[in-house]
Design a protein around this ligand. Structure first.
Ligand code: ATP
Ligand code: MG
Length: 366
């Protein structure tokens, strides 16, 4: 990628994923290696979180609700950025650009497909005084791609190693893999749910937002027949390229199964096994030499143990490769902002299925 003109080459990446757990903000220096200078996790107020989750499903008055949440979340993204810069002692004018993924409320890949994210980039750029790149997914979709996953090119730049076939798995709300042959992206796709079903079930049953370290799942027994049925899900069996979201896997998906008949901890164990099996099958199909795991799921010890047992290769967190797992996605959007400013492609057509590489994202000036 060509060098940009900034002396510091500092970028901010903002990510709020399908879990809607927090806004992750990373301040990244590319020199040209990726050096995460600072990281900040910004809370999302419960009322805003509920509004986002409601908008993830079809309902009344969507346009007005979208508009209002777009501005409110833009404000919160700006706040997260300013808090990040404050913690790092870096002024806004030292930053070349922000890459803001936004909060996905609809992702409909396929013919005539589109992807909609909340978090007004007009608000972010005006409030921070920093040029902001947003709407990364739709250009790839117009070119016939899934618009997702978009992190593979970044994974290649940071985690690729000559002579090794590495798979990088991001386990957020959904899970996706990148297949790397040396530092080239040779494949990747969304494998299915990451944490979303486990989060949803523990919230329904116990009012908690997450199963800390998978301890509740570890206290239950996997229901093998139920797991086998879940693994016949259309999305799981569909060939790549493919991408998913709350349209496919959410509380509504859980409601399709007769879960009330079983012990809740056994259901949680089964949901963890469903995430682990669908991901491990993809890793084994790719004949990976090594699996590197990032995203919040890397902090779930029970899930990591399940993956280690199922994968035919060593499994480690990206922590072992110098990048804490919860920082990878936000750093990827800093990288994508830099690519946009440099006029370099951001998508990996081998992953998204787009008919060509393309510069991604629209630029909003302060
Ligand atoms: N210590 C932990 N134990 C168990 N689960 C954890 C732990 N820490 C994080 N998680 C899980 O990770 C989730 C958050 O992960 P992450 O932020 O990567 O997902 P996301 O926001 O959906 O991102 P994306 O969709 O971009 O991948 C939480 O909702 C939770 O389920
Ligand atoms: Mg998150």
């Amino acid at each position: 990628m060509p060098r940009t003109t900034s002396a510091n080459d500092l970028y901010v990446g903002l990510m709020s994923g399908t879990s809607v757990d927090a806004i992750d903000a990373a301040l990244v220096r590319f020199s040209p290696a990726c050096d995460i200078v600072a990281w900040h996790s910004h809370p999302i107020p419960e009322q805003l979180r509920c509004g986002i989750l409601e908008l993830c499903q079809p309902g009344d008055n969507e346009i007005d609700r979208f508009g209002q949440l777009d501005v409110a979340l833009g404000d919160l993204f700006a706040e997260a950025t300013l808090a990040l810069l404050d913690s790092a002692g870096v002024s806004a004018d030292a930053v070349t650009a922000i890459g803001s993924h936004g909060q996905t409320v609809r992702h409909r890949p396929g013919e005539g497909g589109f992807s909609l994210q909340l978090g007004s980039a007009d608000v972010i750029s005006a409030r921070t005084g920093i040029a902001t790149v947003a709407n990364f997914r739709n250009h790839d979709m117009v070119l016939g791609g899934q618009g997702a996953p978009l992190v593979p090119a970044f994974h290649a730049s940071v985690f690729g190693l000559a002579g090794e076939r590495r798979v990088v798995a991001n386990i957020g709300g959904m899970a996706n893999i990148t297949v790397l042959d040396g530092d080239a992206v040779s494949g990747g796709y969304d494998t299915g749910p990451g944490n979303v079903l486990m989060d949803s079930w523990i919230y329904q049953q116990r009012g908690e937002h997450l199963d800390h370290n998978g301890e509740w799942a570890a206290s239950g027994q996997c229901l093998d027949e139920l797991l086998a049925d879940m693994l016949t899900d259309d999305f799981i069996r569909r060939p790549a390229p493919k991408s998913t979201g709350r349209e496919d896997f959410d509380a509504h998906w859980l409601a399709r199964w007769p879960l009330e008949q079983s012990a809740p901890a056994d259901v949680q164990a089964t949901l963890l096994a469903f995430t682990a099996r669908s991901l491990a099958d993809a890793v084994n199909n790719a004949a990976a030499d090594r699996l590197l795991v990032c995203g919040g799921g890397a902090r779930n010890d029970t899930l990591m143990r399940a993956l280690a047992a199922l994968c035919n290769c060593p499994v480690t967190s990206t922590d072992d490769y110098g990048v804490p797992p919860e920082q990878v996605e936000a750093a990827a959007f800093a990288w994508l902002a830099r690519a946009r400013m440099a006029g370099a492609p951001g998508n990996a057509p081998a992953v998204t299925g787009a008919n060509r590489a393309a510069v991604l994202g629209a630029l909003y000036l302060p």
